[in-house]
Write a protein that binds this ligand. Structure first.
Ligand SMILES: Cc1cc2nc3c(=O)[nH]c(=O)nc-3n(C[C@H](O)[C@H](O)[C@H](O)COP(=O)(O)OP(=O)(O)OC[C@H]3O[C@@H](n4cnc5c(N)ncnc54)[C@H](O)[C@@H]3O)c2cc1C
Length: 401
């Protein structure tokens, strides 16, 4: 082992960049490799719809969002919690604010201003960037990369894998690493879609006329849980934050039974009696659609969904339209992935038990969470946690501590 250990980080997404920042701040030589011609493409894409960095809810509730992996993620998140992430982002001039839903965003909403400042900091800390380098595994103890048709061999004292999941593969993360690690005896749970849309067998009316239309201020119930929010109709189903909140449970139910029926409330603020009362005030010679529109303020898209099943339109139906979901959208179109390197393959510091000296962080690990800032927060927290473990291993001081 050299006096000043060399660190190779593979994957220049938020997890890899944060780890590189922490280690280089402590004076370590860090080289970061990515297959794409530029860094953090998924992070930039995340900023397109408003970069939701984290969430402001109390920490215990926050950690609970990681479901089955909450206990595994707790130490890392407690050591670098949402408040620390906000401070870090504000240190890069993000001016974060809490939106009405409790979600935390940078003032600019986009990721690019924050990323620009972040890269300037990394360059000042002399992090080496090696783009268009696709990691292909190991040759003996050296890492191998494909770069412009050549094989490049890299020797490093410590390797950190931050290769992401497999959603939106055109942004760089395609899950190709699963085979490389399985071959080395690392247990990897199959990658599956998370935070994705679902297929619904819509009629031609919805497919052709209402795809792309939102259903705002609706509530969805599945498996005894109800949430309010917004859905988006697509040609072959539904997308959007409200369905993503149920995505893991729906996906698992569909895998077990072939389909899942959720219940859609088009007027969550009103009781059946209030709906009946309003409907009875409508002009008798108005068509049903017009009455629904004028008395209940339902949009044409909501009315089309209500009338899909050819059931008589009653207040009870308006409060509980059955939505039969027949399949999950494919992984390539999902917001994130479930599955990945299993936690029992890792030490508490995220070092691979089968490959000492090799660590793994970020979305490539076997956890999932709903949208709301939980995905990025976990990636950042794991990066900081692992960086601290690596610094301790080499007896180096943690910056700022
Ligand atoms: C449309 C969209 C919107 C999102 N919005 C939000 C949001 O608002 N809030 C939130 O919390 N999360 C959001 N996410 C999720 C979030 O962006 C991801 O969870 C996060 O980027 C994962 O970080 P990561 O560093 O683990 O992996 P990634 O960001 O996927 O980075 C992995 C890197 O590894 C590189 N790589 C992969 N394989 C190789 C290889 N073999 N060789 C070399 N390099 C390789 C890739 O090119 C990539 O740069 C969104 C995702 C999408 C798709």
């Amino acid at each position: 082992m050299t006096a000043s250990p060399s660190i190779a980080v593979i994957g220049a997404g938020p997890a890899g960049l944060m780890l590189a920042e922490r280690l280089s701040a402590a004076g370590l030589r860090v080289d970061i490799y990515d297959r794409m011609p530029s860094v953090a493409r998924k992070f930039l894409m995340a900023g397109r719809g408003g970069l939701n960095l984290t969430h402001s809810e109390p920490l215990a509730a926050f950690i609970g969002r990681y479901g089955a992996q909450a206990a595994a993620l707790k130490p890392a998140i407690e050591s670098f919690p949402p408040k620390a992430l906000r401070d870090w982002a504000d240190g890069l001039s993000a001016d974060t604010f809490v939106g009405t839903s409790g979600r935390v965003f940078p003032k600019a909403l986009k990721a690019s201003p924050l990323l620009r400042q972040w890269l300037a900091r990394l360059e000042a800390q002399e992090v080496g960037f090696h783009l268009r380098h696709t990691w292909t595994g190991w040759d003996g103890s050296a890492l191998t990369f494909e770069h412009q048709g050549q094989t490049v061999r890299v020797a490093a004292d410590v390797t950190v894998l931050a290769l992401g999941g497999a959603s939106w593969p055109r942004l760089g993360s395609d899950g190709g690493w699963t085979r490389l690690l399985s071959d080395k005896g690392v247990p990897v749970a199959p990658l599956r879609p998370a935070n994705m849309g679902f297929r619904v067998g819509w009629s031609a009316l919805i497919r052709d006329k209402f795809a792309g239309e939102p259903l705002k201020n609706v509530a969805l119930t599945f498996d005894g849980r109800t949430r309010k929010g917004e859905l988006m109709l697509t040609r072959d189903g539904v997308e959007g934050g409200l369905i993503y909140a149920f995505a893991a449970a729906l996906r698992d139910a569909i895998e077990r039974k072939g389909a899942a029926v959720a219940s859609l409330d088009l007027k969550p603020e009103w009781s059946e009696a209030q709906i009946q009362n309003r409907l009875s005030r409508g002009a008798k010679n108005d068509s049903l659609s017009n009455r629904l529109r004028k008395t209940l303020n339902l949009t044409p898209a909501q009315i089309a969904v209500l009338r899909e099943g050819d059931q008589p339109v009653t207040p009870a139906l308006i409060k509980a339209v059955p939505l039969t979901l027949t399949g999950a959208q494919e992984l390539a179109r999902a917001i994130s992935s479930a599955g990945g390197i299993r936690f029992d393959a890792l030490t508490v510091a995220y070092e691979l038990k089968a490959l000492p000296g090799v660590y793994a962080i970020g979305e490539m690990l076997d956890w999932e969470a709903p949208t709301g800032g939980y995905l990025l927060q976990a990636c950042f927290s794991q990066a900081v946690w692992t960086a601290e473990a690596i610094l301790q291993k080499f007896g180096l001081n943690i910056p700022g501590s």
